[in-house]
Design a protein around this ligand. Structure first.
Ligand SMILES: Cc1cc2nc3c(=O)[nH]c(=O)nc-3n(C[C@H](O)[C@H](O)[C@H](O)COP(=O)(O)O)c2cc1C
Length: 204
């Protein structure tokens, strides 16, 4: 008799946000560092992709939030094409989560609150950085940080208007889990209307 497949499934149908919460909690408990690190793919309107890591700084039913410099390469690409893909890979858990959807900007209040929560030196560093622009030497960057530190000795530099957050509203979320003999398991959830989700297993 062949084994009963449904009994063997470990990725439940239902609410993908709750499932994300559960897997993220396990990653926070087991990953050696940055369990919130995720790859962020953007693309030009012509379809040329680019990819880099960012940190997840908030998530919930409304979406997945990261912060960055809106003048950066990713910021310019997002201004022209808001569609992104996110990828988490938790190596020691042998799990992957893929998220796809459009971004919107977080509110200025939300960005201010997150900026204020950062270490003073990190605030100075991001305010001093023309992210993604050419830099003649590291000394130039450090000198800009030092100049801001002199101006704002407590580190309370104001949040630059171009430094803020994006919220990715997921249209699709896919969970992948390593299984024995590479008979891996995948379940893809697709948004169905305003509230609900439908899901299906996919061949690995
Ligand atoms: C683990 C990790 C986390 C990172 N987190 C962020 C982040 O939250 N925001 C950010 O702007 N850059 C972050 N970076 C730097 C980006 O990967 C990237 O170098 C930078 O944002 C410029 O990307 P761009 O030129 O494509 O815009 C992180 C890098 C690593 C390796």
């Amino acid at each position: 008799m062949s084994p009963s497949l449904p009994d063997d499934e470990t990725i439940p149908a239902g609410d993908p946000i709750a499932l994300f919460d559960a897997w993220f909690a396990e990653a926070r408990a087991s990953e050696p560092n940055d369990p919130n690190a995720m790859a962020l793919a953007t693309a030009t309107p012509g379809g040329l992709p680019s990819l880099r890591m960012v940190l997840l700084k908030g998530h919930g039913p409304d979406g997945f939030v990261f912060y960055t410099n809106f003048h950066s390469r990713k910021g310019q690409e997002l201004a022209a094409n808001p569609h992104v893909a996110l990828l988490f890979h938790w190596k020691s858990l042998r799990r992957q989560i893929r998220i796809e959807g459009p971004v919107s900007e977080v509110s200025p209040d939300e960005a201010d609150a997150y900026f204020a929560s950062r270490h003073p030196e990190s605030r100075l560093g991001s305010a001093a950085s023309d992210q993604s622009r050419p830099l003649d030497s590291r000394e130039t960057y450090l000198a800009r940080v030092a100049a801001l530190r002199e101006r704002y000795p407590d580190g309370h530099v104001p949040r630059p208007a171009h430094w803020s957050g994006y919220r990715v509203r997921p249209n699709a979320i896919e969970f992948w889990h390593d299984r024995v003999h590479r008979l891996h398991e995948r379940r893809r959830f697709v948004r169905d209307g305003d509230q609900g989700w439908t899901s299906t297993l996919l061949y690995p």
